[in-house]
Design a binder for this molecule. Structure first.
Ligand code: SF4
Length: 480
């Protein structure tokens, strides 16, 4: 086995996890290729938020199988992240005498006491064309699995024994994403993450700061701290009673959360220009974290703040722990401090039993909060979640389509209004990407700006750009 290809689906967490796998494979002397047809190994880093992405994975596995048959190749297929509950190996790699149906837990793979488990539904769903599955937290097993499948020693397992400590090969060195937690304890009723990533664990503060320092030494100008609920960072380090007491009132002037302390420490690193974080949940958002956007030198005037619905009744069904009025109060607090403060959000439309009245409450939330961007997910049932067990997916397709359009029309109206405020302004834009004849990346308030490529500037530069034009979701400008 010499070459590999990773197909990543989903959010920035998945992107960062793929970077970990890239680093692991680089250290194992595997070479990355740009087309799956050229690879000996294909890894699907999956997302379960949408059914169509799951279907796409199984379609691709069948395509790879057809390609293998036609070209007498043997491309190995592995699957990780959201769709995976356990680390398993396909039956065909197990000893003949193993009386199991499709797969075996990898734990103690070489041991005589190997754990025998029931087969994972992912193997039959792929018509048994899948070779292995691996929970991303068990990243240390990947090279172990590959060694077992190929019969050759691949990599050095000792180096990769901890998910949170394993390094990323950064795709975009100007803008580094640093993982600060794993797992999630929130159990929103529609979400599969707590079942796939298990309990929330926070990395040690010193480890995170050190990783940020190293990223800065490697020229990163922007650091984004990422996980599912970054503002609950460090709750394991604080007495539970104290945590609940301090969180009972969001605008407690005395309280300094572990996440704020982490931000303070990262802010001391020279060379970093921008600190961002995503994703934040309203129920864990306290004033010290909101104030960090304004008070610290390097934090930016942008927040991704997951609302999910503007209806309190719907939020309750979703097992979210905030109300719309709590959310709005925090949005207003930020915009009062800085009218150009950008806020993006996540919304699930047509969750079970969403009445027209509930939906209209979300539309009203869009109008009141004037979001700068929104990731709108169409609800689809995720097996094993609480919602799949107790709520039917009962909204007719034509109603879904109509609500989708209404919300997107409203979003475009908001974006146009908010982006118009940027016209004529001179903004510092970090160049992180080049596309054809354009440089592009973000202003401090996370607006995407394209401007003409030139020979004077390069990736990593922060340049003054005058915003001249808007084109739906993005801005255009010229250097000044
Ligand atoms: S906070 Fe809710 S939506 Fe986000 S990962 Fe956790 S359970 Fe899922």
């Amino acid at each position: 086995m010499k070459t590999y290809f990773i197909q990543t689906f989903g959010c920035s967490m998945n992107q960062a996890d793929s970077e970990k796998i890239h680093m692991l494979f680089l250290q194992s002397w595997l070479k990355r290729v740009q087309k799956w047809q050229d690879a000996d190994l294909v890894i699907f880093n999956t997302c379960s938020v949408r059914q169509k992405w799951e279907d796409r994975v199984f379609w691709m596995i069948q395509e790879i199988h057809k390609h293998n048959v036609k070209n007498s190749q043997n491309i190995i297929c592995g699957l990780t992240w959201c769709m995976v509950r356990k680390t398993w190996l396909a039956q065909k790699y197990l000893p003949q005498e193993t009386k199991r149906e499709a797969a075996k837990k990898i734990e103690y793979i070489d041991s005589e006491n190997a754990i025998f488990n029931n087969d994972d539904r992912l193997f039959p769903r792929s018509n048994n064309k899948l070779d292995f599955t691996v929970r991303i937290e068990e990243i240390k097993y990947i090279t172990h699995i590959l060694s077992h499948i190929t019969g050759n020693k691949i990599g050095n397992d000792d180096k990769f024994d901890d998910y949170l400590k394993s390094r990323q090969l950064r795709e975009n060195p100007a803008s580094a994403q640093v993982i600060i937690q794993s797992g999630c304890d929130n159990y929103c009723s529609f979400c599969i993450v707590p079942y796939t990533r298990w309990a929330e664990i926070s990395r040690k503060c010193e480890e995170i700061v050190q990783e940020c320092r190293e990223a800065a030494q490697n020229w990163a100008k922007e650091i984004t701290l990422i996980w599912q609920n970054v503002n609950s960072y460090g709750k394991q380090f604080v007495d539970k009673k104290m945590w609940n007491k301090e969180k009972s009132s969001w605008n407690n002037y005395e309280w300094q959360s572990p996440f704020r302390k982490l931000l303070n420490d990262i802010d001391l690193i020279e060379w970093i220009d921008r600190i961002r974080f995503t994703s934040s949940n309203p129920h864990d958002m306290t004033q010290d974290i909101l104030d960090a956007h304004i008070d610290l030198r390097h934090t930016c005037n942008y927040l991704h703040f997951a609302l999910q619905s503007g209806s309190d009744a719907m939020l309750k069904k979703m097992n979210r722990k905030h109300s719309y009025s709590d959310f709005l109060e925090k949005v207003r607090y930020l915009r009062k401090k800085d009218p150009l403060f950008s806020i993006s959000t996540d919304i699930i439309v047509w969750f079970s039993w969403e009445t027209e009245e509930m939906f209209q409450e979300t539309v009203r939330a869009f109008q009141e909060c004037e979001f700068d961007f929104c990731f709108t997910a169409r609800y689809s049932v995720r097996k094993d979640t609480l919602a799949a067990k107790i709520y039917p997916d009962d909204i007719p397709d034509e109603v879904k389509a109509q609500r989708w359009h209404t919300l997107n029309d409203q979003l475009l109206e908001n974006i146009t209004k908010r982006n118009t405020l940027m016209l004529g302004r001179k903004e510092d834009v970090l160049i992180a990407w080049v596309k054809d004849d354009y440089f592009f990346w973000r202003t401090r308030n996370f607006k995407e700006v394209f401007f003409e490529r030139n020979t004077k500037n390069k990736i990593w530069d922060i340049v003054a750009v005058e915003i001249t034009d808007l084109d739906r979701y993005v801005l255009h400008g010229k250097t000044v």
